[in-house]
Design a protein around this ligand. Structure first.
Ligand SMILES: [Zn+2]
Length: 151
């Protein structure tokens, strides 16, 4: 299997994401898929941000999503949220999410779920503590809503 090259413009705390290191979703990620949210107001706010609204899925991203299926993409999103966004202390916060390499990374930038600074600003979930399981589920639902609107 070909490795996906992930381009990052800064030193990263986290290992680069690739197919081989793709983790299985944890139990927390699996038990929190049922609640539904209304993200209408959020997406109206995001549409007014020139920075957030410039992110678009490429044809390659869309083909990747189609190949994997939404359930798998959701499990990737839950994994990235748990490992990259949820830690209470992230030394390189603001730099931990690459600008490409996985459609969920794009979704994170597009929706203000890319780092704890943006997560606090856009979603009012404060930095400095681990988000609750419900808050992590909320983040995943935002990411999946963005992806669903893009494909
Ligand atoms: Zn950010």
């Amino acid at each position: 299997m070909k490795k996906r090259k992930v381009i990052d413009d800064g030193p990263s705390l986290f290992p680069e994401w690739n197919e081989e290191t793709e983790a299985e979703p944890g139990p927390a990620a699996e038990e929190v898929q049922t609640k539904s949210y209304d993200h209408t107001a959020l997406f109206e706010r995001l549409a007014q941000s020139a920075f957030r609204s410039k992110f678009k899925l490429s044809a390659k991203d869309k083909a990747y999503i189609q190949g994997k299926g939404m359930a798998t993409i959701r499990s990737h999103a839950a994994d990235f949220v748990a490992k990259r966004l949820a830690p209470a202390v992230i030394p390189n916060d603001g730099k931990q999410t690459p600008m490409r390499g996985h459609p969920v990374f794009l979704a994170q930038h597009a929706t203000g779920c890319c780092c704890r600074g943006c997560f606090a600003k856009w979603h009012h979930i404060p930095a400095g503590r681990v988000p609750t399981a419900e808050e992590q589920q909320y983040a995943v639902s935002v990411l999946m809503e963005w992806i669903t609107r893009q494909v």
